[in-house]
Design a protein around this ligand. Sequence first.
Ligand SMILES: *[C@@H]1O[C@H](CO)[C@@H](O)[C@H](O)[C@H]1NC(C)=O
Length: 246
Amino acid sequence: MDAIVKFTNQSQGKDRLFRATQYACALSIYLLRNDAEKKDLVAKLKTLESNMSAGRKLLRLGNTANSIEAAKRTMQLSDRVLCLCLTAANINRALYFICDNVLWAKSVGLIRDIDKERWSLNASRCYFYSLVMNLTRDVYEVLQLMIQRGRDEHFKEKMEQNLNQSPEVAEVIIPQMDAFVFLLIETLKSHPAVALDTVKNICDLFIPLDKLGIYKSNAGVVGFCGLISSLIGIVTLAQPNLRIKP
Ligand SMILES: *[C@@H]1O[C@H](CO)[C@@H](O)[C@H](O)[C@H]1NC(C)=O
């Protein structure tokens, strides 16, 4: 078990690179779709995209164990909300990887009698729940940081000044709204790890929303959001201080 967890941790960098490539291909294919001259290129990109997707499925084989370990850890958190959100997110993530592994086994012919569509839908559903729990955690964290900031006398003065100074803000009808937006932006600016995690989760959300038919976007939006989220994933892997904790 330990060895599996260690190995999948090591292959995370590779997975993120493959993921960025996969979504960059998807976005390029979408942008070039009407260009008759680029037909050959699009065909090559499609092959590359499906190779990346298949390669990632192989790298993800140990991720179920990894998510269960993570769930065990987050169950110990003393903050009730964080404990609930992160444990639920990790359990759903583990379930997602089980579906993903079954789909991999089917694709290489290890098992035959399964309904691919159904497993694929279940995978998307678990992924979606995991993301929703992660986003709930982000919102909770942002609100807590905002409350902390709002209580800070020093910051209050700065906010008063700012709201009185800028004329475009003074025109707005709801002053509370301005204060809220100002506080939100200042909070996100001073906590880039939380901001990045929130953007990443929002970008990721478009992928299952589209697959499950809850919110149909198009291949371009999915490719773009997937690429942004993968790039954030690479940045946070390279710069651990930009990674949200726990
Ligand atoms: C949810 O957050 C955890 C911890 O930050 C992360 O490991 C996991 O990959 C996230 N889930 C999804 C589906 O992105």
